[in-house]
Design a protein around this ligand. Structure first.
Ligand code: FHN
Length: 572
């Protein structure tokens, strides 16, 4: 990465949390076309119902968001603790939500509203100190013969017509967006389906020529963006390297849909914020305003609740680095700043709470919710196991109903044991991304994907191996978590796996014993299968190996492993 790139990313890395807004003509049908509910996400209604351009265009005649209030939207984002705002200037339906000379198909020329909401939002963001950013669908454009996607009106799309569309619509509109709305934080390109690498690079250059500081999202295509994007609602299982963002919904849709009431709770949303920050990923959380210009009440309420949390705990999110631990912790998540370690408790533990592996001296511990009170700490080192332990006295009840944050002020440069260790609750979590992956020669697609899950494992000769330090031997139940990462995202069991540990081998056919329902697994299903019980009789470092001895031939993507977990069995 060049120095210039590092510099232009600085603000984006610091602020961690932004508002995504999907707003366009699709908010009017709101998921219903000719009296029938159309399945899928709301902004895709034109595609899903194969609505001809001439018919869809008529939506513009009625589009009149009289309740739109740019200041109120921006104020809501600000109160929620969001520091950048990305709005759909043109989504796949091709309709420009700004005043465009390049195409009459825009909100000022084609609707009774006649105002440019992007101008109003740009001004409101400037005033409130938020970075203003545009989403722009560069590849799919269902309104244009040269744009990708509309096969019902324009069945024969050629690369030449696409190149022409880039020159005639995309670039002129980008020029408008980058010259008429002040400084733009980033252009959020999306769904790079048929764009070539040269065309992606050309768009990136085009943006930087007009505004050198403006970031280009990873979805410009071919990995040439200034930062990268996870899949929609994709939450990595471990810390990621580089600059990443997860775009995420509050319910299931992006654009407003009248019948989508599948709202995540404030608790879920805060867990995701904390989880993503602890893994070094920005959280771009969506709202889908109505055709009247109103942000739905459930979104408003959740954002206000998040905002109240951020007022107290924001210092543990903004400007932080990911957790120093390379794995998820059973009680919550961590973030850090020089000299400060933030413990985000998702599950409030019994006191004293024990943290293993921190080598620095803790000079003070306190709750962010009450910085005046110091919490008592004690630190020890066990020579035989070479184990650092911190004991922390906590109040019996958590100060926050969602996530309570403790800050540890530490001496010196942060140092944490990097190997896998048995946790204080005696459980052992072995994530796939920390395993040694041995892929057989035939297993050509087996890989660690961007979300830290091992996917496309299809051959019996491959394996995953972990080393874990056990301090409390005993009997453990072994559970394997596998995910349906690749589309159609249908979990398939039926594979036979073998786990060897401490001279014992367990063999089991994978069944759906526990469908995970965590904020991380809401959109990408993950299932735990019980493999069996195992005894570890000696403390020390143990090797755990996972193999697949038989694959379910009906599972086209083979198996995708998220983690292996050893849960202590309580003595009777
Ligand atoms: O197709 C779009 C979708 O409508 C939405 O805009 C999301 C947001 O990340 N991006 C595309 C699908 O990945």
């Amino acid at each position: 990465m060049s120095n210039q790139q590092r510099d232009i990313l600085h603000w984006w890395r610091e602020i961690r949390f932004g508002m995504f807004i999907h707003w366009g003509l699709y908010a009017a049908p709101a998921g219903i076309w000719k009296g029938k509910e159309v399945s899928g996400i709301g902004e895709w209604i034109m595609y899903r119902a194969q609505i001809p351009v001439a018919e869809y265009e008529e939506l513009a005649n009625e589009f009149n968001p009289v309740k739109f209030d740019a200041k109120a939207w921006v104020q809501l984002a600000k109160e929620a603790g969001m520091k950048y705002l990305v709005i759909t200037s043109k989504h796949h339906d091709g309709f420009a939500m700004f005043d465009s000379q390049a195409s009459d198909y825009n909100i000022v020329a084609a609707t009774p509203f006649q105002r440019d909401p992007m101008k109003e939002l740009a001004e409101a963001c400037q005033e409130a100190g938020l970075k203003f950013c545009f989403y722009y669908s560069q590849d799919q454009d269902w309104h244009e013969p040269g744009g990708r996607g509309n096969t019902w009106d324009f069945p024969a799309l050629t690369p030449e017509a696409f190149a022409e569309y880039l020159e005639q619509k995309v670039k002129p509109q980008l020029k408008e967006l980058l010259t008429q709305y002040g400084p733009i934080g980033l252009i959020w390109f999306d769904t790079p389906g048929m764009i070539t690498k040269e065309q992606s690079l050309d768009l990136k250059r085009f943006v930087h020529e007009l505004q050198p500081e403006c970031l280009v999202s990873g979805r410009v295509g071919h990995g040439v963006g200034d930062y990268q994007s996870m899949g929609d609602n994709q939450i990595p299982a471990g810390t990621v390297q580089g600059a990443w963002e997860t775009p995420a919904t509050m319910n299931d849709t992006w654009g407003f849909k009248r019948h989508d009431h599948n709202w995540k709770s404030t608790q879920d949303l805060l867990h995701l914020l904390v989880d993503l920050a602890s893994k070094g990923v920005n959280y771009l959380l969506n709202v889908g305003p109505t055709a009247e210009g109103v942000i739905p009440e459930p979104s408003v309420q959740r954002l206000q609740e998040i905002g109240a949390w951020m007022k107290v705990n924001g210092e543990a999110i903004y400007g932080t680095e990911p957790s120093p631990y390379p794995y998820e912790l059973p009680w919550g998540r961590m973030t850090q700043k020089p000299g400060r370690l933030y413990l985000h408790f998702i599950h409030w533990p019994e006191t004293p709470f024990v943290l293993k592996g921190l080598k620095n001296k803790v000079v003070r511990a306190s709750l962010l919710a009450d910085a005046t009170q110091s919490l008592q700490t004690a630190q020890t080192f066990d020579d035989t196991l070479s184990e650092h332990r911190l004991e922390l006295e906590l109040p019996p009840t958590p100060p926050d109903q969602y996530v309570s944050v403790v800050v540890l002020e530490i001496e010196g440069k942060l140092e944490v044991e990097q190997g896998l260790v048995q946790q204080a609750d005696n459980s052992m979590m072995l994530p796939a991304h920390l395993a040694q992956m041995t892929a057989s020669e035939q297993d050509t697609d087996m890989q660690l994907d961007r979300s830290s899950i091992v996917i496309n494992w299809k051959e019996t000769g491959s394996s995953l191996t972990w080393q874990v330090k056990v301090s409390q031997p005993g009997r453990f139940t072994v559970r394997l978590s596998t995910a349906a990462v690749l589309r159609p995202r249908v979990w398939k069991g039926g594979h036979t796996v073998e786990i060897s540990l401490a001279d014992q081998t367990l063999s089991q056919v994978l069944t759906k014993d526990n469908e995970l329902d965590t904020p991380r697994t809401k959109h990408i299903p993950e299932v735990e299968s019980i493999i069996g019980d195992i005894t570890i009789s000696k403390p020390g470092v143990h090797t755990v190996t996972l193999r697949v001895t038989e694959f379910n031939p009906e599972a086209e993507h083979g198996i995708a492993v998220s983690y292996l977990c050893l849960e202590p069995i309580e003595k009777e």
